[in-house]
Design a protein. Structure first.
Length: 305
């Protein structure tokens, strides 16, 4: 992907707002790392602010939805507006269009395709709780699911495929803008596993980086970060949500209302310590989606030239 392709994709407004290409490389990296630090520091601060709350559902909702989401978004905007000196539209954070309905549909197709692969090979079954869940537990699971979908979908996509993407795209090119944030996106998920060894590092960084490439291509094609947000959020509903959860670990049955349990202990199907998002069926879906998006991009560029 070259800068010529970027010119074809970017609108006149984005090209007019250009200027980051003249900044020194260390300032560009500093901008990206500053956004990344805002992402982490806001999470730590809101966790401390809500640590006194004893009701898990209330704490989760207040911490993630009512504090972390708006605080992080405002801090991102302040840094982007007053330091980087670019408006939200420059970072492709603009009003969603009717096109988002298509991406909502695609958002459901991706996790359901992973589940279908397991079903075809008879390696998945639906589990529920032996005893009825209490209303408070159900409320907590629903709140946690909404929070995970919103936080993962909005904050992570705005950070990696909005702010970082555009800064890197303007300085260098689209390839770096997609791959750089994708690899960082994959690497930070190492914080979510207990055992750091070579196998688990590979099973986290490579597959989750592929997810980042997939989201990056969605944003590159549509020039609107909200399309990646809905795909990411719907993925979280099925893979890490608490209403229904696809898992290779039996203990996760107690962390969701229903669980799609992987009935195999083979690492290629379980994904190791990280779970099914790093397993072969999920990787196959990522690669297929990336291939389709690349073919669509190539065809669109050939039509526009």
């Amino acid at each position: 992907m070259t800068r010529d392709m970027d010119v074809l994709q970017n609108g006149p407004e984005e090209r007019k707002l250009s200027g980051l290409e003249n900044k020194s490389w260390w300032k560009i990296i500093l901008y990206c790392m500053s956004f990344f630090l805002i992402f982490f520091i806001s999470a730590i601060v809101v966790d401390l602010l809500t640590s006194w709350m004893t009701n898990y559902s209330v704490r989760f909702a207040v911490r993630e939805i009512f504090l972390r989401l708006p605080i992080t978004f405002v801090l991102f905007w302040l840094f982007g507006h007053y330091v980087v000196k670019k408006p939200l539209s420059f970072f492709m954070i603009r009003k969603p269009t009717k096109e988002i309905l298509k991406w909502i549909g695609i958002g459901f197709v991706l996790p359901l395709s992973v589940i279908l692969i397991y079903l075809i090979f008879g390696k998945i079954e639906l589990l529920g709780h032996a005893d009825p869940l209490s209303p408070s537990k159900i409320i907590y699971f629903v709140v946690a699911t909404i929070s995970m979908a919103l936080l993962g979908g909005i904050i992570e996509e705005v950070l990696f495929r909005g702010y970082m993407f555009r800064i890197l795209e303007e300085k260098w090119n689209t390839t770096i803008a997609i791959l750089g944030p994708a690899m960082l996106f994959g690497s930070i998920h190492l914080l979510m596993i207990d055992s750091i060894d070579l196998v688990n590092v590979i099973l986290v960084v490579i597959p989750i980086s592929l997810v980042g490439v997939m989201f990056g291509l969605i944003v590159y094609i549509t020039r609107n970060v909200w399309n990646a947000v809905v795909v990411h959020g719907i993925w979280n509903l099925f893979m890490v949500g608490r209403i229904i959860r696809t898992s290779a670990f039996e203990e996760h049955q107690f962390n969701a209302i229903y669980q799609l349990q992987i009935t195999s202990d083979h690492i290629l199907l379980t994904g190791g310590s990280f779970g099914v998002e790093s397993a072969v069926p999920a990787i196959a879906v990522y690669l297929t989606a990336i291939l389709v998006l690349l073919l669509y991009t190539a065809r669109k560029c050939s039509r526009d030239t």
